[in-house]
Design a protein around this ligand. Structure first.
Ligand code: S3P
Length: 425
């Protein structure tokens, strides 16, 4: 296959969530240009509406206006977070500091993901949860006045870190959080600084101190590097061409996959074009490459946590073996990604094994043939869709919305993304 030309990808998912949720705290109108309009983003918009904010429809190509509320009200019904862990965890952080009672739930995948790791620090700050010891949604939170904390997180996670920082913001109290194994994405810290708050990072501790009152903002959201990664993968595995992906977020806490791809021998350049506001933006230039295996691990992992499925399929097409260390967190993503990556690679004819916290993939140039089980996990569907583009491949993806079609649509139709259908949960 030839992969050539220029493309853009949908707006960054993490930044879109933060923009919607933070704008939801501000009574005057904020405007978001090029937000992601997927079901996950719709879940954060739904949360903001449920507590009294107004959010214009999330439609591709439309500017989204958000008029929030300084004092959130108790929602009349359970807040449905769909598949979105970011909505649930950041949402709990924000609800914690408002005098509200709210119940949050999610789809089958989200209801199996751990929540005690976010409930514990918020409870220590003074929020109450019912049931208090639950590790799963649905959960009811009673927010109110909060106290300051210093909290060591059990895992490096932007969702947990952000929940605590945002609770500090709404509670008007200083907080400090520490991540144990490398820094996760820092979009919340950058956003808070943009909104006039004091956030510092020193010796592993991220500290928030309340600053100026929040005022409305206007923001253009960069393209999502995690979406761009799939196009990068397709272009690396292609037989010819050169792909340029424009206006991608190049925040260094999101681009660890670029260095791994380079280490694997991939021809990939990130060209920084602007520093902001708040987030670096640039272009990615990628060419077909012969890849070799590598070791991925340690403090590198939080910066490429969403790219492991894609890197694993690239590893399957590399010379030699690739080992991913400290990737146990992938077991509690939208699916048990670790198990499913290995299982699907084996189904397609490759050698792949998992340990509790590790993944091994042996490269081969034989064409992948078989049916992939995604458990509804979009990143697995996209990664195996990329593998399905190599010569001789016959990869069937179990997902109804056929991500292979979505990938070729993205390649043909820059800016295409998932439709904003109402979520069933
Ligand atoms: C996200 C953080 C990551 C990532 C998720 C989005 C965020 O999760 O996997 O897709 O927007 O904060 P963790 O923080 O749990 O690793």
């Amino acid at each position: 296959m030839k992969v050539t030309g220029e493309s853009i990808v949908p707006g960054d998912k993490s930044i879109t969530h933060r923009a919607l949720l933070l704008a939801g705290l501000i009574p005057s109108t904020s405007r978001l240009h090029r937000p992601l309009t997927s079901l996950d983003a719709a879940a954060s918009a739904r949360l903001v509406r449920a507590v009294g904010g107004r959010v214009s429809p999330l439609r591709r190509g439309a500017v989204v206006s958000v008029s929030g509320a300084a004092r959130w009200r108790s929602p009349g019904a359970t807040i449905r977070c769909g598949n979105s862990g970011t909505t649930a965890r950041l949402g709990l952080g924000l609800l914690a500091g408002h005098p509200v009672t709210a119940t949050l739930t999610g789809d089958r995948s989200l209801r199996r993901r751990p929540m005690q790791r976010v409930i514990a620090p918020l409870a220590a700050m003074g929020a109450r949860f019912h049931p208090a010891d639950t590790d799963r949604l649905p959960v009811t939170i009673e927010g109110g006045p909060l106290r300051s904390i210093r909290w060591e997180l059990p895992v490096s996670s932007a969702q947990l870190k952000s929940a605590v920082l945002l609770a500090g913001l709404v509670g008007g109290v200083p907080v400090a959080v520490r991540e144990p194994h490398g820094l996760s994405r820092d979009h919340t810290e950058r956003f808070l600084r943009l909104l006039g708050q004091r956030v510092t990072a020193e010796e592993g501790w991220i500290t928030f101190e309340p600053g100026a009152p929040l005022s409305a903002f206007e923001l253009t959201i960069p393209g999502d590097p995690s979406s761009a990664a799939f196009l990068v993968g397709a272009a690396l595995l292609a037989e010819s061409g050169e792909l340029v992906i424009r206006d991608v977020g190049l925040n260094p806490t999101r681009t660890a996959f670029l260095s791994v791809v380079e280490r694997m021998g991939g021809s990939l350049r990130g060209e920084l074009r602007s520093e902001g506001p708040g987030e670096p933006i640039g272009d990615l230039v990628v060419r077909p490459s012969t890849l070799r295996g590598t070791v991925v691990g340690g403090s590198e992992i939080p910066g490429l946590i969403d790219e492991v499925p894609l890197l694993a399929v690239l590893a399957a097409r590399s010379e030699g073996e690739t080992r991913f260390d400290q990737v146990g967190e992938l077991r509690v993503k939208e699916s048990d990604r670790l198990a499913l990556i290995a299982e699907n690679l084996r189904v397609l004819g490759y050698r792949a094994e998992t340990g509790e916290n590790q993944l091994f993939v042996a490269g081969s140039d034989q064409p992948p043939v078989g049916r992939v089980r995604t458990a509804g996990d979009h990143r697995l569907a996209m990664a195996f869709g990329v593998l399905g583009t190599v010569p001789g491949a016959r990869v069937e993806i179990d997902d109804r919305a056929s991500r292979r079609r979505e990938l070729s649509r993205l390649l043909r139709d820059p800016g295409a993304d998932r439709q904003n259908d109402p979520a069933p949960w």
